[in-house]
Write a protein that binds this ligand. Structure first.
Ligand code: MSP
Length: 697
């Protein structure tokens, strides 16, 4: 049996999931579903990258052990995959790989051992011990060359990473090196002999010129005394493996390379080689370093490394919290159907290029392409079959005598429509196989438009009034219903729930997830079969109202209570969401009169308690010098015990519009600092005694 293996990057366990992560998973899930439809046994991997100095630091900042830090972030990733139906329970990924798994340690040690015995294409040992001196960026987990950092303003200060604008660490220590410099010829040969290895072509050219420019040996270990949170180097306990060396290897350890456990369960030979989906930001690691490691270890190369672009905001700016243009997963999850989000992601990003993502664009596309487009075609067709054909698929054939009437009404004849749809399907499949999802979806929507037009031109509702037009009416409705069947099969990988729903409403009992669109033949929808009840697939979204609600939600502390609502990190920098994404040169000042609008008052917490089923919210009463204490809700329950708060002096925004959360009214907001990658709240308070109700100015 044919098999297929698709992977997303494994995401750093130092920050919670964001749109970029969701996107790559949606693409991988779509590919996996399309393979499964073809009867190909498919394995889909995603997961987390849990070692390295950056995770160690995030853990320290949050008073956790690195493993606790990883567990914490993984729980958010799992919430995300559940909320967006990407996990195993929803037919999504097959493994959530974690690099802290013991079987991974085993497998990666095996790879190291193999490489340590290998010789390079130029006949030298592939691994050697040396001394490293250089600047290291912890968030990138990478040493930086001179053109990759900004020199400091004051001599003696460290330089800063151009991506993160954070200070680099000076590293001067013993290290194992991988002799990458000997692999340039072999890598260029690989790109030459397999033009599809790195995709799309523009990225392949970038990779080729990077390698042709000469490669430097790669430091692949750190001293345990400087980075202890990592996999020990076999036979040299003073060193831990470089996190990228070890993280890349997850793709093979997950399926059984170098370990018995996964080999038994999944099988390396069965699924390798994989198609790696990555953002363009991490292409070099996957298309240069990883193939070189595999060459050294004598392991077959991946099937392909496919790089997609990055999401930016609708005006083309990088997304950042400071600009307030990020897309939050909890907002997406609350206001949009999963299939609409999937459709938007795949339709809007031309694969390989950057894509623009804004809530308004998402609403517009949902309304035009889904509510008015596919959704409307489906509901009008099926409703008419209910109304005019007694809920049974009518026959589509037209007798010789009926042909003229049908033609006059604008009904296409069967051969023409079948040719058209077969051609569109072939193009759809071709683009899909090339991962050009946007082009594929355009093809599908050409079909929607053509059939929609046929219906609008022929006006079945008028034909239904004339018994002499019965055959024409039937023919139109048959064509529309049969087209819907094709669309459901074709669109299933992109919109699994909606496609299955259309399919079911058409009265089909088989599983649309198991039908290969290549096998579709016109006319297989059986006349006379009963259809089911019609329900709307994509209700129209009221743009003004929804945008207002989104704005309200974004500024609301209650936001922290929904499914995937840990503070979502800034996007767009590639991946490395840093705490403060300051935008150089953009200063947004407010007037003192603006500030005066905010009434900040000293309050004293009188009571505090947890709320059933809301694990993040505390319900408090706070005396702010008024007749009666105010009732306040705050999303701090995971960080403060109710008892700790009683008697504390806090700062309250007293004139914030009251809001109901979980059935309780919150009559203000307490102020807290958001600390660390997770935005852990630390309540603002006073060092000196202050009376309740005093105004802050
Ligand atoms: N841990 C490494 C990957 C190791 S793989 C062996 C890493 N992790 S990450 O958490 O930073 O995730 C990077 C990936 O997230 C990107 O390559 C991409 O897949 C996705 N995205 C991050 N930001 C993105 C956008 N703004 N837009 C689209 N995808 C982006 O790097």
């Amino acid at each position: 049996m044919k098999t297929f293996y698709v992977t997303t990057p494994i995401y750093y366990a130092n920050s919670v999931p964001h749109l970029g992560h969701l996107y790559t998973m949606i693409v991988a899930d779509t590919i996996a579903r399309s393979k499964r439809q073809q009867g190909i046994e498919t394995f889909f991997l995603t997961g987390t990258d849990e070692h390295g100095i950056n995770i160690e630091r995030a853990a320290q900042k949050n008073n956790r052990t690195p493993k606790e830090q990883a567990d914490y972030v993984v729980s958010y990733f799992k919430q995300m995959t559940d909320a967006f139906a990407l996990d195993t329970a929803h037919g999504g990924y097959d493994i959530f790989m974690r690099t802290t798994e013991p079987f991974h340690y085993e497998g990666v040690s095996e790879l190291w051992r193999r490489i340590s015995k290998a010789t390079t294409p130029k006949g030298r040992e592939a691994l050697y011990k040396g001394h490293y001196e250089g600047w290291f960026c912890a968030p990138c987990a990478e040493f930086k060359t001179e053109d990759e950092y900004a020199k400091p303003e004051n001599a003696g200060d460290p330089p800063t990473c151009l991506i993160h604008e954070t200070k680099l660490d000076r590293v001067s220590e013993e290290s194992y090196f991988f002799r990458l410099s000997d692999y340039d010829g072999a890598l260029l040969g690989l790109y030459e002999s397999r033009p599809d290895f790195v995709r799309p072509e523009a990225r392949r050219n970038e990779v080729k010129s990077f390698v042709a420019g000469g490669l430097q040996d790669l430091s692949v270990s750190r001293l345990r005394s400087s980075v202890s949170w990592g996999v020990p180097v076999p036979g040299d306990a003073d060193h831990t493996m470089y996190v990228w060396f070890e993280a890349l290897t997850n793709y093979i350890t997950a399926i059984g390379f170098g370990n018995h456990q996964q080999q038994q369960k999944i099988g390396f030979e069965k699924f390798w080689p994989a198609l790696h989906l990555v953002g363009k930001d991490i292409l070099r690691f996957h298309a240069v370093y990883w193939p070189a490691f595999l060459m050294a270890a004598g392991v077959e190369q991946p099937r392909a490394v496919v790089a997609h672009g990055m999401w930016v905001d609708p005006t083309g700016r990088k997304m950042s919290k400071t600009l307030g243009n990020t897309i939050e997963l909890n907002v997406l999850n609350k206001f949009f159907r999963i299939d609409a989000i999937r459709y938007f992601c795949l339709r809007e990003m031309v694969f390989g290029q950057d894509g623009r993502f804004g809530y308004e664009n998402l609403i517009d596309r949902t309304n035009s392409d889904l509510a008015s487009g596919l959704g409307n075609l489906s509901s009008r067709t099926l409703t008419m079959i209910h109304r005019y054909c007694d809920a049974r698929i009518p026959p589509g054939t037209i007798s010789d005598e009926g042909r003229l009437a049908a033609k006059r009404a604008g009904v296409e004849d069967e051969a023409a429509i079948s040719d058209f749809i077969t051609h569109a399907r072939n193009e759809f499949v071709r683009h899909f196989d090339e991962l050009a999802f946007s082009r594929a979806l355009e093809e599908a929507w050409d079909i929607v438009a053509r059939i929609d037009k046929m219906i609008s031109d022929a006006k079945p509702w008028d034909l239904a009034k004339d018994a002499g037009q019965r055959q024409t009416l039937n023919a139109i409705l048959y064509r529309a219903a049969e087209t819907l069947r094709w669309l459901a099969v074709m669109l299933y990988p992109v919109m699994p729930t909606s496609a299955a729903e259309i399919y079911k409403q058409l009265g089909r009992a088989d599983d649309v997830g198991k039908i290969d669109p290549r096998q579709l033949r016109w006319g297989e929808l059986r006349a006379g079969s009963q259809i089911r009840e019609v329900t709307a697939l994509f209700p129209r979204i009221d743009k003004t109202k929804t945008m207002e609600e989104i704005k309200e939600q974004k500024s609301d502390v209650g936001e922290q209570t929904s499914a995937v609502s840990a503070p979502v990190q800034a996007q767009g920098s590639g991946q490395h969401a840093t705490e403060a994404e300051a935008v150089p040169g953009v200063a947004t000042y407010i007037e003192i009169t603006d500030f005066a609008k905010i009434e900040l008052r000293v309050g004293e917490v009188k009571t505090a308690e947890r709320i059933p089923k809301a694990d993040k919210l505390l319900l408090m009463t706070v005396d702010i010098g008024e007749e009666k204490p105010r009732q306040l809700l705050a999303g701090i329950a995971q960080f403060y015990q109710p008892d700790q708060l009683i008697g504390r002096k806090i700062v309250v925004v007293a004139n914030l519009k009251p809001r109901k959360l979980r059935g309780y009214e919150s009559q203000g907001m307490l102020l807290a600092a958001a600390v660390g990658e997770e935005g852990k709240p630390v309540i603002a308070t006073f060092a000196e005694d202050v009376p309740n109700g005093a105004r802050l100015k």
